[in-house]
Design a protein around this ligand. Structure first.
Ligand code: ADP
Ligand code: ZN
Ligand code: ZN
Length: 729
């Protein structure tokens, strides 16, 4: 009789259950502590899944009942040390199954069980026999001649010798050529010097560098164009000189080829990029290169926060206030917050940079948890733009633009400058209205009797589209209710503004930038680069807040902010203030001075007033006082339980059940209440808000209640999710 193993693998699987699964090891394997963090392929029901060994120990149940794992996929732990521990922390913090956290952290190929990819660089050279052989004319001979002078890297061959692989195979089969590892082609690039730092930048760099021996959080609070990136570059150079790795997180829209080129040129080492535009293979290779310590600098978007950093020296989060750091579905993590956790676990400094820091970060700076570093003026010659409010009450508007604003555009163009018109609404018009009877086009899958969900007019009035569920249909020619022909698009989106500007300024290029024209990441950069520096007008949504520098942009016109002034979301003022400052920062980045016009029907609104009089920090201070009074973050702590179902009673029953479980703890509960979008794509949506004055009591309540919810019959009939620190309520 075979001896029974005393220890088993406790495996975290990517399934929505708050537990781990025990397996006997694969045949012949002796379970040991080194197994933790290695991937295994295991049976679960009728399926086969890839999971990560989370612990080893005696089985929880009778061993004889246990199935054996099918395959051990790694020779050494894939998730180890700090990363493993930080992910476990994240699982507890988000109250999410560990297997789902691991699955989110791993690149797709690794999650599916593929081997860690090869990240070495390879080249080809002739063997002894190859150097002496005389070859017949043909491809193999051409290839051999190419290798005559020594080893040639595969990257170079790919670029310069089409079809070389077949020739290489032929020669290798005859023992005439061989594949050898080579040093990475771009391992040592010349590093360009940067500008001489100004005093504030120097202070900031010194403060970061001084912390290199341990964890510290530094808030680099610097106006647009003040040279924050220069500060990062200097701090990273120091990190590299100490032989450590640096991770830089940037918002989705900030990772441009321009940014990467700047980092590469200045640091003199290869810079790895990680973003959603990469293939699965490239993502897995970057992950592996980080794990092996080959990648020294990585610039990446949200998910780059999960990269292994065995030799970490510095973490930077650029534009730390940016909303794209929070994942809004699946595992709802916040990359900035997790970057802080990782930096602490890694014992390295983390720099949070922004011209408009989040209220959370400002509060942490106020409390002394973060060093507060300030860059108060623009670097180089650029000066801050002049900002003016345009009161448009009772004024005639053309596609939402006032005459005064159009005249300002005219003046900017006449002075050979460029103008940017910012409107945070894409499409042609937000509503299609029947002027005879009042009918308007609503999305059938998103509206309810009490909550309308208008469809946006697109394609110059020919198409209707729902921005919530994606539904599309042709716009009707006649009113479906009264048969009248007086259907009129109401209001203006970017398409309509583009149309108007094209008519008004027929001899200058008008370029529209929104999700309709600019789906792909590099498209934004290409569009802006192609726009050139001559006269021209840009129209677009908040995509325009970032990207390619536009040195000839002298006028920024912001229209349609009024709805943002009166939103119910408690974060709306913060988001609006950040957006206004960021968009304004686009004006006058070079020698030419810039002007910003804010067009509004509410020129006396306190938000605009305080922002213009006192700037972002005065706004933030006032807003923090309001948050404190209301018990909102960063003073109170929130979690949001969402549920949706085709029948509202099911969602309601689930949240009532959750409420009962949470009522056992000392937390405040609000709901179940309709979600801000109470119906989307045919699903009825409710939510339950949990709030507590401090984190420990919030988490204690969730710890107690959430695990019990998984098994309830109500949970099986709804789609539900928990969002800790939600950003959209
Ligand atoms: P931020 O990241 O704060 O927006 P950047 O680092 O991109 O600012 O700097 C804005 C511009 O100013 C860039 O063109 C940069 O090269 C330039 N710059 C930054 N620091 C200096 C400096 N100390 N002297 C001269 N130019 C600088
Ligand atoms: Zn009608
Ligand atoms: Zn819809």
């Amino acid at each position: 009789m075979a001896e029974r193993p005393r220890l088993v693998w406790s495996v975290a699987l990517p399934v929505p259950l708050p537990r781990r699964f025990d397996y006997r090891p694969t045949d012949g394997h002796t379970v040991g502590p080194d197994d933790v963090g290695r991937r295994v392929r295991v049976p679960l029901g009728k399926r086969e899944l890839v999971g990560v060994i989370a612990a080893v120990g005696p089985p929880e149940r009778e061993e004889a009942e246990l199935k054996a794992a099918l395959e051990l996929l790694d020779d050494t732990p894939l998730l180890a040390g700090e990363l493993f521990d930080s992910l476990r922390w994240l699982s507890r913090y988000l109250h999410a199954p560990l297997g789902e956290v691991f699955a989110t952290a791993l690149p797709t190929l690794l999650r599916h069980g593929e081997a860690l990819p090869d990240t070495r660089s390879w080249g080809w050279r002739l063997t002894e026999a190859g150097r002496e052989a005389t070859l017949r004319p043909g491809r193999p001979r051409e290839f051999a001649t190419r290798l005559g002078a020594g080893t040639v890297g595969e990257a170079e061959l790919d670029e310069t010798a089409a079809g070389w692989r077949a020739a290489a195979r032929t020669l290798a089969a005859r023992g005439l050529a061989e594949r050898v590892e080579v040093a990475s082609a771009d391992a040592a690039l010349p590093a360009e010097p940067g500008p001489e730092l100004n005093d504030e930048q120097r202070v900031a760099v010194d403060a970061i560098v001084a912390e290199h021996a341990g964890f510290a959080a530094l808030l680099l609070d610097g106006v647009t164009g003040s040279g924050k990136t220069e500060v990062y570059l200097n701090a990273i150079a120091d990190c590299l000189a100490r032989g450590r790795q640096a991770l830089v997180l940037v918002p989705e829209i900030g990772l441009t080829p321009q940014t990467l080129a700047r980092f590469r040129a200045r640091l003199g080492v290869p810079v790895h990029a990680l973003h959603s535009g990469l293939s699965d293979g490239e993502r897995a290779r970057t992950w592996a290169a980080c794990l092996r310590g080959q990648a020294r600098v990585v610039v990446g978007t949200r998910s780059a926060v999960f990269l292994p950093l065995p030799q970490a020296g510095l973490v930077v989060v650029d534009e730390e206030h940016d909303g794209s750091y929070k994942q809004l579905d699946g595992l709802r993590y916040h990359a900035r917050d997790f970057a802080l956790v990782r930096a602490k676990a890694l014992g390295v400094p983390v720099v949070l940079g922004s011209a408009t820091p989040s209220l959370e970060s400002l509060r942490n700076a106020e409390l002394g948890r973060y060093h507060h570093l300030r860059l108060t003026h623009r670097a180089g010659l650029a000066r801050p733009p002049r900002v003016r409010v345009l009161d448009v009450r009772k004024r005639a508007l053309h596609a939402g633009l006032s005459n005064e604003l159009l005249e300002a555009i005219d003046a900017a163009l006449a002075a050979d400058g460029q103008a940017l018109v910012f409107k945070n609404r894409r499409g042609y018009a937000p509503v299609l209205l029947c002027h005879d009877c009042g009918w308007n086009a609503q999305c059938a899958r998103c509206s309810t009797p009490t909550h309308g969900s208008p469809m946006t007019v697109h394609a110059h009035g020919r198409r209707l589209q729902c921005h919530h569920c994606g539904a599309r249909r042709p716009a009707p020619n006649a009113c479906p209710d009264c048969g009248g022909l007086a259907l009129q698009p109401q209001g203006a989106g970017t398409e309509r503004i583009e149309e108007l500007l094209g008519e008004r300024f027929p001899d200058v290029p008008v370029l529209r930038i929104d999700r309709g024209t600019t789906q792909r990441r590099d498209a934004l950069e290409q569009h802006l680069a192609g726009f050139g520096s001559g006269r021209g007008i840009l129209v677009g949504t908040q995509m325009l807040a970032k990207g390619h520098d536009l040195p000839n942009l002298t006028l920024v016109a912001v229209v349609g902010i009024d709805e943002g002034l009166f939103s119910a979301d408690f974060r709306a003022p913060e988001k609006l203030a950040q957006l206004l400052i960021q968009v304004s920062g686009r004006a006058g980045r070079a020698q030419r001075s810039g002007q910003v016009l804010l067009q509004t029907h509410h020129p006396g609104h306190p938000l605009l007033h305080i922002l213009l009089e006192g700037g972002y920090h005065a706004f933030a201070e006032a807003e923090l006082a309001q948050r404190e009074a209301a018990g909102f973050p960063p003073f109170g702590h929130l979690a949001l339980l969402r549920a949706e179902a085709q029948r509202i009673e099911l969602a309601d029953a689930f949240l009532k059940r959750a409420r009962e479980a949470l009522e056992l703890s000392e937390v405040q509960l609000h709901g179940p209440l309709p979600a801000p979008m109470p119906r989307r794509a045919g699903y009825q949506r409710l939510q339950l808000l949990v709030s507590a004055p401090d984190r420990p009591s919030l988490h204690a309540a969730l710890d107690l209640a959430i695990p019990t919810l998984y098994e309830t019959p109500e949970a099986r009939r709804v789609r539900w999710s928990l969002d800790v620190d939600p950003v959209d309520l």
